[in-house]
Design a protein around this ligand. Structure first.
Ligand code: FES
Ligand code: FES
Length: 157
């Protein structure tokens, strides 16, 4: 079995993994990062989105061995000193969730969106999040939250 080294939410792990193991299963089943949900088995829903070396990926479409030597951030690694990340705060303030199942992926994808577009238009937000599906909210509050999150992030940087 290949042995990989991966940093997840600031902690370095060394792990023997089966070559076919998916990153999402490494996170959830081996490292206990159950904050990253699995919403489908078709790489469609985006619920499993994490940051891999700063870029959002659907962790069900990445092999764990592909993350060897990388830095992974999950929804569980966003808060600092007990304070939510500005994007998490914005989702909270805008009531941008109902069941919450899509929320970790939405937040991670939104953070990545701001990396390339710090002040996205509504259209850019909808386009940027098109790989993340929500069954509950109708997306309006999510779009508002990302707008607000962009302001929050801008105010803290
Ligand atoms: S669980 Fe990864 S895209 Fe749905
Ligand atoms: S809040 Fe339920 S799927 Fe998005």
């Amino acid at each position: 079995m290949p042995r990989i080294a991966v940093t997840v939410d600031g902690i370095k792990y060394e792990q023997d993994v089966e070559p076919r193991l998916l990153l999402v299963h490494l996170l959830r089943d081996h490292l206990g990062k159950t904050g990253t949900p699995i919403g489908c088995d078709t790489s469609n829903c985006g619920a499993c989105t994490v940051l891999l070396d700063g870029k959002s990926v659907k962790s069900c479409s990445v092999l764990a061995v592909q993350a060897d030597g990388s830095d992974v951030v999950t929804i569980e690694g966003l808060a600092t000193n007990g304070s939510m990340h500005p994007m998490q705060q914005a989702f909270h303030e805008e009531h941008a969730l109902q069941c919450g199942y899509c929320t970790p992926g939405m937040v991670m994808a939104s953070i990545d969106l701001l990396r390339t577009d710090p002040d996205p238009s509504e259209e850019a937000i909808r386009e940027g999040l098109e790989g993340n599906l929500c069954r509950c909210t109708g997306y309006c509050n999510i779009v508002r939250a990302v707008k607000r999150g962009a302001q929050n992030v801008g105010a803290t940087s």
